[in-house]
Design a protein around this ligand. Structure first.
Ligand code: MN
Length: 228
């Protein structure tokens, strides 16, 4: 078998403390997973019905790289989020077994064209162009659960140009990591290499060219970068 054109490289993320990389399959994201953020967006929370969307795997930007300000927006927003990497997948994964599928944790930004998202929401249109654009998923190195365990009570924060923008404790997530995996596995056959963005706390705001961001999952991972 030969490919008709040269196949693209598999997007991947460095595994901290090793020379290995984690090969990406898909990027799943949950929306409205912190009550304070849902409130600032004027959105209702439905505990029974999580909101999921995707980013393309090649939207990932490896830590400490420049991120190009995207086209077609005048309102690029940061959303700092804990990121979960799956070593194994499956369908209909029980909550009590969900964490057994987790390989590693990191921190990332769910970059959002907020103006396009607002327009899509007002028309009942999909969010894809607001969420799934090129370089919309900067992510830190991944830290293996075998080394750090499963973080469930720690601060997630974002500073921009040294000023605090977002800070919360991941224990306040509406759907826990295990519950997110359970819910996603009802909708999709999860696969090794899947990455999950677990939602953002309050304080989302604009990024402009030249901004330097520092995202941190306390005691776990740090991501630094610059908008250019
Ligand atoms: Mn988000």
């Amino acid at each position: 078998m030969t490919y008709a054109i040269a196949p693209h490289a598999i997007p991947s993320v460095p595994v901290a403390g090793t020379d290995m990389r984690f090969p990406l399959h898909r990027i799943y994201c949950i929306g409205r997973n912190y009550a304070d953020h849902a409130k600032e967006m004027g959105a209702e929370i439905d505990r029974k019905q999580p909101i999921f969307f995707n980013k393309p795997a090649d939207a990932v930007v490896i830590g400490n790289s420049d991120v190009a300000y995207p086209s077609a927006t005048n309102d690029l927003h940061h959303e700092v989020e804990m990121v979960v990497a799956l070593a194994t997948g499956g369908r209909d994964i029980a909550v009590e077994h969900a964490l057994e599928h987790v390989y590693a944790y990191g921190v990332g930004l769910d970059l959002t064209r907020r103006d396009l998202q607002a327009a899509a929401k007002s028309k009942g249109n999909p969010w894809d162009s607001a969420k799934g654009f090129d370089q919309s998923a900067p992510v830190s190195n991944l830290h293996r659960a075998s080394e750090i365990g499963h973080p469930q009570n720690c601060i997630i924060s974002l500073h921009v140009n040294g000023e605090p923008r977002q800070s919360s404790n991941i224990k306040t997530m509406i759907f826990s990591v295990a519950e997110i995996i359970h819910e996603l596995s009802k909708l999709y056959n999860l696969q090794p290499g899947d990455l999950i963005f677990t939602g953002t706390p309050a304080g989302v705001a604009a990024l402009v060219k030249g901004d330097r961001f520092q995202a941190e999952l306390e005691g776990v991972a740090v991501l630094e970068g610059r908008i250019v």
